[in-house]
Design a protein around this ligand. Structure first.
Ligand SMILES: *Cc1c(COP(=O)(O)O)cnc(C)c1O
Length: 473
């Protein structure tokens, strides 16, 4: 007799709780107006369920909290640094550790040591801070992700894959000498948390080696990528995520990691490398921008909790199964309700297809920004725009970039919310979708020069601008 398929449950029980409370609709209307219709500018006290980001919002374990007490705060040579160095070598396989305050600190150092003005850095879709640091160092980012990644309806199992033909073209056009490294992101954030396959990474690495180009991973969500490889790629079903993660990193020369994601801590990050000479150069800059080489931008207790988080995330496969399982639970609920979401459901969040949900709002009026504001007003659920606002302007032309994906991200913090919270979120999205005709577009009233999505302000477009043509007369 075939064994009955069992459902999974969170592999932990709750030892401490943090109260949250629902506000009134009137309160939320006021709050979002005060915040310039930008969910980044809301106060967290005004938020009921916070799905802004999975960055630094994880719940730590009892073992990690215990680690905080044991952190060694020595300025130099902290015991906690050596624990972290050992964890990164064990789990990611990199011998050289350069600790930073968070992911962008690592991106800054890496970009500064490798990129010269005029260089080209191919990557499988941009990430905001990653591209910022590449451009800040004088480089130019070129997108080499497969076309399917830009199509919210494509169900390709590995939408994070590098398009090797695009990479060959970039190498032929720019010349290998002008490409200091290629930047490969695992479980591509801006594509909706979509993995790349081991086969694709292996081939990309081989092509890079052939041309003498380094391959640097953004391994921020490599654990979630490893899970999808185990689930979807032939030959990996019986391998543990720990083994798969180590193999992923083996096809690279180094990695930047924001530990605020996979690694289950609230702050931290690192640059990890194989080449000691490159690491020496990185440490030279580290002292100026982050801190001494044995703490970077972290306290001893941060490093202690981080090293424990790194071991914990791969101790068994149960953690990542429940983590991605909860995201899929929310996604499948929305799919069942007919809400257009980006497919397949990714590893860290559910991405609402704002363009499909709000076809009456043109991209110049920021449909995803409008949808995020409307969802907040409905239920106090905080989400984030991932569309034309996040994409920013082209530094050469000054024009708005028009990404094909205009999404609202419902990002799930790790180990924080329950399935019941996911039910409430799904109900709110369905309610907003049912009333979508009432949602108006926005105009930007304040635009910061860099990474504008964090601080931009908006107001609703005037009613005459949005009435459909037939009712205007
Ligand atoms: C969050 C993130 C970063 C930046 O890391 P911070 O810790 O926020 O500075 C870089 N890359 C990816 C893919 C991320 O998700």
């Amino acid at each position: 007799m075939a064994r009955q398929k069992r459902s999974w449950a969170e592999p932990y029980r709750i030892k401490m709780v943090e109260p949250i409370r629902m506000t009134t609709r009137k309160h939320r209307e006021n709050a979002i107006r005060t915040a310039g219709y930008n969910t980044f500018l809301l106060r967290s006290d005004d938020v009921y369920i916070d799905l802004l980001t999975d960055s630094g919002t994880s719940a730590m374990s009892d073992n990690q909290w215990a680690g905080l007490m044991l952190g060694d705060e020595a300025y130099a040579g902290s015991r906690s640094f050596y624990h972290l160095e050992e964890a990164v070598a064990d789990i990611y396989g990199y011998p050289e550790l350069v600790p930073t305050h968070q992911g962008r600190g690592a991106e800054h150092i890496l970009s500064q040591i490798l990129i010269k003005p005029g260089d080209v850095i191919p990557g499988n879709m941009y990430f905001t801070t990653t591209r910022f640091h590449q451009e800040y160092a004088g480089g130019e980012f070129v997108d080499i992700i497969i076309d399917e990644a830009h199509d919210a309806t494509s169900t390709h199992p590995f939408k994070g894959n590098v398009d090797l033909d695009k990479l060959r073209t970039v190498i032929a056009d720019a010349g290998a000498a002008r490409i200091p490294y290629i930047s490969v992101e695992t479980n591509v954030n801006m594509a909706g948390g979509q993995p790349l396959s081991m086969a694709n990474l292996r081939e990309t690495y081989a092509l890079c080696r052939q041309h003498g180009i380094l391959l640097m991973l953004d391994a921020t969500r490599a654990l979630e990528n490893a899970w999808f490889i185990q689930q979807r790629e032939p030959g990996y079903a019986k391998r543990s995520v720990r083994e798969i993660l180590l193999e992923i990193c083996s096809y690279s020369d180094g990695a930047t990691v924001s530990s605020k994601k996979d690694n289950l801590v609230n702050i931290g990050g690192f640059l990890a490398l194989r080449d000691p000479e490159l690491a020496r150069r990185a440490r030279g800059l580290l002292v100026a921008f982050e801190g001494l080489q044995t703490y970077g931008g972290m306290s001893g207790r941060d490093m202690e909790a981080l090293s424990r988080g790194i071991y914990e995330m791969v101790e068994t496969d149960d953690h990542v199964r429940a983590r991605v399982g909860q995201v899929e639970y929310l996604g499948n609920k929305l799919i069942a309700a007919g809400v257009p979401v980006a497919l397949p459901i990714g590893g860290h969040g559910v991405f609402l297809n704002a363009q499909a949900m709000l076809p009456h709002i043109p991209q110049e009026q920021f449909p995803a920004q409008s949808l995020a504001a409307a969802l907040y007003v409905d239920s106090g659920v905080r989400s984030m725009e991932r569309g034309v606002v996040s994409a920013g302007r082209d530094p050469k032309t000054g024009e708005n970039r028009h990404p094909r994906l205009e999404l609202v991200r419902l990002t799930i913090p790790r180990r924080v919310y329950t399935q019941a919270h996911m039910d409430v979120v799904a109900e709110s999205v369905e309610a907003v979708y049912a009333e979508r005709d009432k949602i108006r577009g926005l105009t930007m009233t304040y635009e910061p020069e860099d990474l504008r999505f964090f601080q931009a302000r908006f107001e609703p477009v005037s009613v005459t601008e949005v009435l459909p043509p037939r009712s205007r007369s």
